[in-house]
Design a protein around this ligand. Structure first.
Ligand SMILES: *[C@@H]1O[C@H](CO)[C@@H](O)[C@H](O)[C@H]1NC(C)=O
Ligand SMILES: *[C@@H]1O[C@H](CO)[C@@H](O)[C@H](O)[C@H]1NC(C)=O
Length: 518
């Protein structure tokens, strides 16, 4: 009896030691590989200085939930997140000149009623088939209200209970309603600063709108938007779409789920789709679809007046709009986001009004944090910190256009470390990002390009020039990029620039061996 008890105790000790060691290994992995400072891509100037001084959440490590940092887990939990948040809204229907309508849902909380008319406003633009009912919207509005903003969600035509009145539906290319929303709010609250946060499809619309508004596409009326944040934006629908279209992958599952929600949208507004003249030649059979691609090809693009989904994707890409933006904007992207596609590395490192923050984890519109990740997310804090930092420095923001920047575009973390160390960090980050970009490209096989060869060349080239200035890269990232040299030459070869990639690699290796030799 006694002996048996001893045996059991021994076994228990053994198992708890194994579990303890396993947990420590897990914790070690979490702390070293999962929690990382976001990579920032920007052009040095007033905006990056303001972020360094007043937006500390962006320059510290991001800690995803210890037990749920996996991209799919985060994305799924992110969807559930809002269930616990009670929200009350006052709906303002906005009629459009073409006979349609969309809505502004104004958040009603104890802190947002009876606030003065000059209270700054946060306008939230939701994702595909979304609305103010979504957890992401509710959580962002709740946090914004608690920080003294007046939050509202723009609910697109036919979404979230807004009746669809004609065959002009919302899409990534359609910015007229965003323009009208901004005008309407500017008119209603002429003394309030207006800021905006876009999620997913909403951030494409927001980015496109800003590019158009800042380049004089519309007669300006009111002050427009003062600062913006675009979260989990698929910048290039073409590359993102190709990634989602590979059958039997988890990304494909997302595709089917969204397609199902689009189906529900079509079902609810059946009468509009049935009577739409532009869909005359689309047969009943063709109207059955299972994927986003099929919906975009057969229905969406035709309804918008495009020939094909590809034509729609090209028109709707926000990449060409980014260089035109003159409103401070933060793009927040997670490298593990399946909807990501190509990133605007080039565009953001040459426009002083834009800042791209890339985290290694975060999923799609999730960026959760904490052990119980159902409350406020890291993205809510970062977005509102950024908006606050911009709003509280109007004089410095006004300088951006006049700064004569002799500084080269930066790919760097704006951490205040010693120059040598931060130089090395930048090199490492550039190399790691180039390697990740190549991996993303390879994992897509022949499906298409997730990475713009130009930005890859930029990354490697910049790492090389940084190295010649500061000395060295860490061995790990250097090994990583060298082992992907073939993939790099292949990708760059599609633009006839395989040689320049090789030159950058060679010069990297040269300055590395020089720095070790000295
Ligand atoms: C921004 O940073 C500066 C410099 O660190 C500090 O003096 C100032 O109080 C900060 N402003 C806000 C609004 O946090
Ligand atoms: C796509 O958007 C642009 C800019 O807003 C607009 O000029 C163009 O007409 C749109 N294309 C279609 C087919 O709606």
């Amino acid at each position: 009896m006694y002996q048996r008890r001893q045996q059991v105790a021994k076994r228990l000790r053994f198992y708890s030691a194994v579990a303890g060691a396993g947990f420590l290994a897990y914790l070690g992995y979490y702390l070293t590989k999962v929690c990382k400072t976001p990579t920032l891509v920007y052009r040095s100037g007033a905006l990056s200085h303001i972020v360094r001084e007043n937006c500390s959440s962006l320059i510290r490590a991001y800690y995803p939930p210890l037990w749920a940092f996996n991209t799919h887990l985060q994305t799924a939990l992110g969807v559930l997140r809002g269930a616990a948040i009670n929200a009350g809204w006052v709906r303002q229907l906005v009629p459009t000149s073409d006979g349609g309508q969309f809505a502004l849902d104004w958040w009603q909380g104890e802190t947002s009623s009876n606030v003065p008319p000059e209270t700054p406003i946060v306008l939230v633009l939701h994702g595909v088939t979304g609305g103010s009912f979504e957890g992401t919207c509710k959580a962002m509005c709740k946090e914004a209200a608690s920080r003294g903003y007046r939050p509202a969600v723009m609910v697109y035509r036919g979404c979230g209970g807004v009746e669809l009145l004609n065959d002009q539906i919302y899409s990534a290319n359609f910015t007229d309603d965003a323009h009208l929303a901004v005008e309407t709010i500017n008119r209603q609250y002429p003394n309030a600063k207006l800021t905006a946060v876009g999620f997913s499809l909403g951030s494409i619309i927001l980015t496109k709108y800003l590019g158009e508004a800042d380049s004089g596409h519309w007669e300006p009326e009111g002050d427009g938007i003062a600062a913006a944040v675009a979260i989990s934006s698929p910048f290039c629908l073409e590359s993102a779409g190709r990634f989602l279209a590979r059958p039997w992958t988890i990304a494909w599952l997302y595709n089917l789920i969204i397609a199902y929600r689009l189906k529900m949208y079509g079902k609810w507004h059946h009468h509009v789709f049935k009577d739409c003249e532009r869909l005359e030649h689309v047969s009943e059979k063709q109207r059955q679809f299972w994927t986003i691609g099929q919906f975009d090809e057969r229905i969406m693009s035709k309804m918008m007046g495009f020939q094909s989904a590809q034509e729609y994707y090209q028109a709707a890409s926000s990449l060409p709009q980014i260089p035109k933006i003159r409103t401070p904007i933060l793009f927040l992207a997670a490298e593990d986001d399946v909807f990501l596609g190509e990133l605007p590395i080039r565009q953001c490192s040459s426009n002083p009004y834009t800042l791209l923050a890339i985290t290694s984890r975060g999923g799609h519109v999730a960026f959760l944090t904490g052990l119980w990740p159902f409350g406020q997310a890291w993205m809510d804090q970062v977005a509102l910190d950024f908006l606050q930092a911009v709003l509280s420095h109007p004089e410095r923001i006004a300088q951006i256009g006049t700064e004569v920047s002799s500084v080269r575009p930066h790919l760097s973390s704006v951490q205040g470390r010693s120059p040598r160390k931060s130089g090395r960090r930048s090199v490492d980050q550039a190399l790691n990002m180039a390697a990740a970009a190549l991996d993303r490209h390879s994992s897509m096989g022949n499906m298409g390009m997730a990475t713009d060869p130009g930005s890859l060349e930029d990354l490697v080239g910049r790492a090389a020039s940084l190295m010649s200035g500061t000395g060295r890269a860490s061995p790990e990232p250097l090994k990583k990029i060298s082992s992907r040299a073939d993939a790099g030459r292949d990708l760059m070869g599609t633009m006839g620039r395989a040689a320049s990639f090789q030159t950058a690699l060679d010069s990297l290796k040269r300055s590395d061996s020089m720095s070790h030799g000295s």
